[in-house]
Design a binder for this molecule. Structure first.
Ligand code: ZN
Length: 115
């Protein structure tokens, strides 16, 4: 990645530039997978809405499902809200699956013979 302040090449994932000390914006790939309200595609019971909400608010998915299930007994547009979220939310990974994989290892690896 390139520091937007001094245009010097710095290590990927750096929070601050090692050359000028400028704070770096979050990495695009990371921001894309985390901090976004999505429907979970890896932890779903019905449509992944509860797991997505849990991930967004950093809560236990089971807790969100229990709260949501109890909320359906309260008069109000609870079911409609679920269906609306089901329709409008994009799909995405949540929980540990949303953490981006570590940077690929260098191609030269002594532990993996090529032949
Ligand atoms: Zn810099």
């Amino acid at each position: 990645m390139i520091c937007p302040n001094c245009k010097k090449e710095i290590a990927a994932g750096s929070n601050f530039c090692c050359a000028c000390g400028a704070k770096q914006p979050p990495e695009t790939a990371y921001a894309f997978s985390r901090g976004r309200l999505v429907r979970s595609i890896n932890d779903r019971k019905i449509a992944g809405v509860c797991a997505g909400l849990a991930d967004y608010f950093d809560l236990d998915p089971t807790l969100v499902r229990v709260i949501w299930a109890l909320a359906t007994f309260i008069p109000g547009p609870n079911i409609i809200a679920y269906v609306v979220l089901w329709i409008v939310l994009p799909e995405g990974f949540t929980g540990t699956a949303a953490v981006p994989p570590p940077a690929p290892a260098p191609s030269v690896s002594p532990s993996q013979p090529t032949s």
